[in-house]
Design a protein around this ligand. Structure first.
Ligand code: ADP
Length: 253
């Protein structure tokens, strides 16, 4: 690990029953880097993101964020360990395919809820930051709306603002555009492009090839619980090393 890494994961294993879903996955992400994860359905991409944020508990391996490490094989359950897991979860904000907004809260309340209840920021400061983030995702005028009144693209942009409000080391995005109609995908991808240009560290599971080519610093390809290939986007999309990636890309385009 170096000081410049936002997150380091080593030797992550995860099984569900008899199914070994992650098989010793290593992933380090530098601060400011955008990593895209691609791969067939069922290859373990979502599980990897959820393990990075400890929403899913790996069976073995370590996750290090800001120099603090959780050893997932250790089965301890003390208060120190709970605090450590909580800290890592706060610093690795997730954005889900289905947005997961709180339906009974307004847009602004959704964005400031974490900063108020988890980071314990003073309300005026949390509101100021929340309004600035809503402006950044183009939704300042929707601050008092409820999620049910928003389009899918708008909901996802609120979810992104909500993740950023936690001031995370890394934002983990699980297929952020795959629930959206094509015309709404563009507005979410544009927000992600802007974040990348500002140096936001992101790990994004996506099938959006044009976007990945443009924004990713690195593309990882997962297959059957392994990272099979890892390349800069230009190489990944034009001259991948493995025939597996070649045939995947042929099916995608
Ligand atoms: P991907 O995101 O690449 O489609 P997932 O990480 O969602 O893959 O799933 C990998 C495998 O793990 C799949 O076979 C899936 O059915 C299985 N799986 C994922 N989550 C669970 C769970 N909570 N319980 C049992 N099996 C699961």
């Amino acid at each position: 690990m170096t000081d410049r890494n936002a997150i380091d994961a080593h030797g992550l294993h995860k099984r569900f029953g008899d199914l070994q879903v992650l098989k010793s996955v290593d992933l380090s992400v530098r601060s400011g880097e955008v990593v895209v994860i691609m791969g067939p359905s069922g290859s373990g991409k979502t599980t990897l993101l959820r393990c990075l944020n400890l929403l899913e508990r790996p069976d073995a391996g370590t996750v290090t964020v800001r120099g603090r490490t959780v050893d997932c094989s250790a089965r301890g359950s003390g208060r120190g360990r709970a605090r450590l897991i909580r800290d890592i979860r706060i610093r690795t904000a997730m954005v889900f395919q289905q947005y997961n907004l709180f339906p009974h809260m307004t847009v602004l309340q959704n964005v400031v809820e974490g900063p108020l209840s988890v980071r314990r920021l003073p309300r005026p400061y949390a509101v100021e930051v929340g309004e600035r983030l809503l402006e950044r995702v183009g939704l300042a005028d929707k601050r008092d709306e409820y999620p049910s009144r928003l389009s899918g693209g708008q909901k996802q942009r609120v979810a992104i603002a909500r993740a950023l409000a936690m001031d995370p080391e890394v934002v983990l995005l699980d297929e952020p555009t795959s629930s959206l109609d094509p015309e709404l995908r563009g507005e979410v991808l544009q927000v992600l492009r802007d974040l990348a240009a500002r140096g936001t560290t992101m790990v994004i599971v996506t099938h959006e090839i044009a976007f990945a080519r443009e924004v990713a610093d690195r593309v990882l390809f997962m297959d059957s619980g392994y990272i099979l290939e890892e390349q800069p986007p230009r190489t990944f999309f034009t001259d991948p090393a493995s025939t597996r990636v070649r045939s995947f890309l042929r099916l995608m385009t």
